[in-house]
Write a protein that binds this ligand. Sequence first.
Ligand SMILES: Cc1cc2nc3c(=O)[nH]c(=O)nc-3n(C[C@H](O)[C@H](O)[C@H](O)COP(=O)(O)OP(=O)(O)OC[C@H]3O[C@@H](n4cnc5c(N)ncnc54)[C@H](O)[C@@H]3O)c2cc1C
Length: 382
Amino acid sequence: MESIAGVLSLTDAQNKLLQEYRQFTETEIAPFANEWDRAGKLPRSVLTGMAEAGYLGTLIPVEYGGSAFSLVAFGLLNEAIGVGCSSVRSVLTVHSMVCQAITRWGSAAQRERWLPRLAGGQWVGAFALSEPDAGSDAAQIAATARPDAEHYVLDGTKKWITYGQAADVFLVFAGNEGRLSAFVVERDTPGLTVEPLDDMFGTRAAMLAELHFDRCRIPRAAMLGRPGFGLVAVAGAALDIGRYSVAWGSVGLAQACLESSLRYARQRRQFGVPVFDHQLIQRLITNMATTVSAARLLCLQAGELKEAGAPASVAAVWMAKYFASTGAFQVAADTVQIQGANGCHPAGSAQRLLRDAKVMEIIEGSTQIQQAMIAQLIPHAA
Ligand SMILES: Cc1cc2nc3c(=O)[nH]c(=O)nc-3n(C[C@H](O)[C@H](O)[C@H](O)COP(=O)(O)OP(=O)(O)OC[C@H]3O[C@@H](n4cnc5c(N)ncnc54)[C@H](O)[C@@H]3O)c2cc1C
């Protein structure tokens, strides 16, 4: 792995950005997160507000209406939104994956058609790779895209699609004459029906859906990249960004847990003192604070390496996501522990944070896939 000399903590400028993004979260997102979680829905206005702040166009060049954030700034935004609500952060993740894919692989005409609307929030994107029988092993995709005279005819089912209930445009992966390819499918295309998947365990407000494609005719111009580029090139790069976003989002989730635990432990009294004064509680909080700091540094390392275009960024992103998501789950479990019965009740955030943290260990490469992959990605000793 390349040297990361100098990357020891957030710079003053990065800290300032993080505070700016957190301010947005604290007014527009965090106060409503429990309510959205209970309702299992997000109001579109939260995404409109994010678009107005430039947060939906972060990976889109300025010439297409984007805000062209650095990758570290994009990461910090994901941390800040993750502090407030992992459902919103999940929508930001998949939307950003679609933006990144179209920016990187789209023709000029494709970029012109989709990017300005995605940057402006008129359209929100969703990422449709998983199927009922294709999860970690995405190569098992059964959806097909058969060419006819002027179209591709799309058939198949996509499952667990974040924001599928309300997204306007889907990045869909399907087999095309034996090769997996990527297609951009607009929501109003005849033959596409959307079935809500409600009452999920975590990120309940992320509005998941199952997508059914039944002889859904999409224009030839809807293919992104070349035939056969779908899985390794288009999905590979999008998943790298998604993993990076989830890693930072997990830092935010863990940071929210730390802040909530500190507040609670100082105010809750048992045995005549704040529970904070009990050393076993201090131990939990020490471990939380250390996990948050370490996860943030791994994310920062990944961001700096990505920004530099370093090949080592791939492993760095996997490590950041692995550490941050598993760490966030432990931190969230300890947050519920510190808050006792109050931590289990929906009036507080602790139980939501724990449910959301479990999802971080499943999406964008499950913990087990991370454990197998990272060993394969690190350089071998001679
Ligand atoms: C809230 C939520 C949102 C999601 N959003 C999206 C989305 O927007 N778009 C999308 O395309 N998909 C989405 N998904 C699906 C997600 O990508 C898959 O859940 C993920 O890829 C894991 O697949 P699976 O759930 O089918 O588990 P499986 O792949 O069936 O795995 C089951 C278990 O086996 C383990 N396992 C699998 N393979 C191995 C192996 N080789 N070695 C060791 N253990 C293994 C896994 O870690 C897991 O514990 C979402 C899922 C959730 C829960």
